[in-house]
Design a protein around this ligand. Structure first.
Ligand code: KG4
Ligand code: ZN
Length: 331
C-alpha cells in the first residue's frame, strides 16, 4: 500500500491505496473552506497553520496501516509553497522513520488521475483541467507524456467564479455558490462579452469577463443603492453562461481541428453542472467518449495523488529526500 498526502492549497488529505488493485483502503479530507470564507479567498499563512493541525490528526487515524506501507507519496507541485511544505515535511519524516521510499507527485497529474481512482487507466485522452489555479487543455498520452496545448492568459475558470462571488459578497469558494445562485436567475438578462471570441487561437482569458461583471455590479449599485437578490441571481446565471460559452467556443475549434476519441474534464471546477451538460452535448455530437471524475473526487484530494503514486511506484519513480522540493509553478 501507498500512503499519499495532499496539501497544495486549502484541503488537508491523506489516502492509502492498494498497489495491486488500485483500491482505496482509506481516504480522509479536512477542508478549510469555512475558515477562508471570512476572507473571500485562501489566505496562505492561515492555510499552512491549519494543515499543521489537520495533517497529523488524520495521520493518527490511519496508523494501523503503517506496517503494510511500501512507499510515501506527496504532492510537491504546483500549489502554494507554504502549504505544500507542510505535506512534504510530513512525507519526509514518515519516509525516514518508516524507512520507506518517497514519491513526488504533480498535483495536475493527480487531477487527471482522479478519473482512474479505483479504476484502470484510460489513456491517451484530451483533458480539460479547470480548477482554482488552472485552465488548461492537455494531451495526455501517458503519465510521462503529457503536453499542455492551451492555457489561460490570466485568471483561471474557477478563480473567476471565486472573484465574482467575492464581488457580490457571496463567500468562498465561489464556484458552487455562483452555480446555485445561477439556478434561480435568467442567464440572458445581462449581456456579457464572450472572451477572445474573435481570436482563432485556442487559449483562454477570464480577466475581461470579470471586469465586465464588476462594471455591471457598479452600475446596479449606482441605480439601486445596493444589489437586489434577483439581480444577483441573474448576474450569476449570465456570468456562468458566458464563462462556459468561452470554453465551449474554444473546444469546438479544437474538435474541428481533430476530434478526440476520448475527452475528459477534471479539476475542482469540473463539478460545474452547466459545463458538464454542454460538454456532454458536444461529445455526443462528435462521437467522443466523455470521462468525468466522480463529484467527490473533482476537488483536491489525496486519493488522486495516491492513484498517480501507484503508477510511479510501478516505474520505480522515487525521489531522494534531499532532492524533493516544493514548486509553486511548474516551469
Ligand atoms: O481543484 P480545486 O479543488 O483546487 C485547485 O487546485 O485550485 O478547485 C477549486 C476551484 C475553486 O476556484 C472553486 O470555486 C471551483 O474550483 N469550483 C467551481 C465549482 N465547484 C468548485 N467552479 C465552478 N462551478 C462549480 N460548481
Ligand atoms: Zn487542484
Amino acid at each position: 500500500m501507498i500512503l499519499s498526502i495532499e496539501s497544495s492549497c486549502d484541503d488537508s488529505s491523506l489516502a492509502i491505496t492498494d498497489i495491486k488493485t488500485n483500491k482505496l483502503i482509506y481516504h480522509k479530507k479536512i477542508s478549510q473552506e469555512i475558515q477562508h470564507s471570512f476572507y473571500g479567498g485562501v489566505v496562505p499563512e492561515l492555510a499552512a497553520r491549519l494543515h499543521v493541525e489537520a495533517l497529523p490528526k488524520i495521520l493518527e487515524e490511519c496508523k494501523e496501516y503503517f506496517p503494510s506501507l511500501k512507499a510515501i507519496a506527496v504532492t510537491n507541485a504546483p500549489g502554494l509553497s507554504v502549504t505544500l511544505t507542510e505535506g512534504v515535511t510530513m512525507a519526509k519524516a514518515l519516509s525516514i522513520s518508516l524507512n520507506l521510499p518517497l514519491i513526488a507527485v504533480n498535483h495536475l497529474k493527480g487531477h487527471i488521475y482522479s478519473l482512474f481512482i479505483e479504476k484502470n487507466e484510460v489513456l491517451p485522452m484530451t483533458v480539460l483541467l479547470v480548477s482554482g489555479g488552472h485552465t488548461q487543455i492537455i494531451e495526455a498520452n501517458s503519465l510521462y507524456d503529457m503536453k499542455v496545448i492551451a492555457s489561460t492568459m490570466d485568471d483561471s475558470f474557477g478563480e473567476s467564479f471565486d472573484k465574482v462571488s467575492k464581488m457580490l459578497g457571496l463567500g468562498y469558494p465561489g464556484g458552487p455558490i455562483v452555480q446555485e445562485y445561477g439556478l434561480k436567475g435568467d442567464e440572458n438578462r445581462f449581456e456579457l462579452p464572450i472572451p477572445l471570441s474573435q481570436s482563432s487561437k485556442i487559449e483562454f482569458s477570464y480577466s475581461g469577463l470579470k471586469n465586465a461583471v464588476r462594471m455591471q455590479i457598479e452600475k446596479l449599485e449606482n441605480q439601486e443603492g445596493g444589489i437586489k437578490e434577483q439581480n444577483k441571481y441573474d448576474l450569476c446565471a449570465s456570468f456562468q453562461k458566458t464563462a462556459v460559452l468561452h470554453i465551449m467556443q474554444k473546444l469546438k475549434k479544437l474538435f474541428k481541428q481533430k476530434t478526440p476519441k476520448n475527452f475528459a474534464i477534471v479539476g475542482g471546477a469540473s463539478a460545474n453542472i452547466y459545463l458538464r451538460s454542454q460538454l456532454e452535448e458536444l461529445c455526443k455530437k462528435s462521437n467522443t467518449n466523455l470521462y468525468l471524475s466522480e463529484l467527490k473526487y473533482c476537488a483536491d484530494n489525496a486519493a488522486m495523488i495516491g492513484r498517480v503514486a501507484v503508477e510511479q511506484y510501478k516505474q520505480n519513480d522515487f525521489i531522494r529526500i534531499k532532492d524533493i522540493d516544493v514548486q509553486s509553478r511548474i516551469k
